[in-house]
Design a protein around this ligand. Structure first.
Ligand SMILES: [Zn+2]
Length: 145
């Protein structure tokens, strides 16, 4: 208690405007050189101006952030769409490859059948010369890319 009194005696008390408060116990105010009413009013206006600018700065800082977030979401969505399109193109290409292989097998089957081959022999020959691409082949191709 006594220690607090010693510390506070003579220490300036500053108000919210940054001025020595009325009744400030510091030596300067005690000697009658405390801030005048005009200085207090100027200090209050300056504080209000600082607060107004801080509010404006906070609003200005918040706006580009939300714009940036929206732009990032846009870019992420575009990247997702591009990935989906690429995956669809790969699937179409793999499907086309399978269809082409199936067409080649069908053409060869017709040839062999016209040449008098039995279905069993013809299919065995086609499986040897025109194997169907497997899903595993597709995966290997995709991994290589
Ligand atoms: Zn003072």
């Amino acid at each position: 208690m006594g220690k607090q009194l010693i510390i506070s005696r003579g220490a300036p008390v500053i108000d919210e405007d940054g001025c020595h408060a009325r009744g400030c116990p510091c030596a300067r105010c005690d000697a009658g050189y405390g801030p005048t009413d005009f200085e207090r009013s100027r200090a209050r206006q300056a504080r209000q101006e600082r607060e107004r600018r801080a509010v404006e700065a906070a609003a200005a800082a918040a706006e580009p952030k939300s714009a940036k977030a929206a732009r990032r979401l846009e870019l992420e969505r575009a990247a997702e769409l591009e990935l989906e399109a690429t995956a669809a193109a790969i699937r179409r290409s793999q499907e086309a490859g399978r269809r082409a292989a199936a067409d080649a097998r069908a053409a060869r089957l017709l040839e062999l059948r016209r040449a008098g081959w039995s279905f069993e022999d013809a299919f065995a020959e086609i499986d040897r010369t025109h194997p169907l691409p497997t899903r595993e082949d597709d995966h290997e191709k995709t991994d290589d890319q």
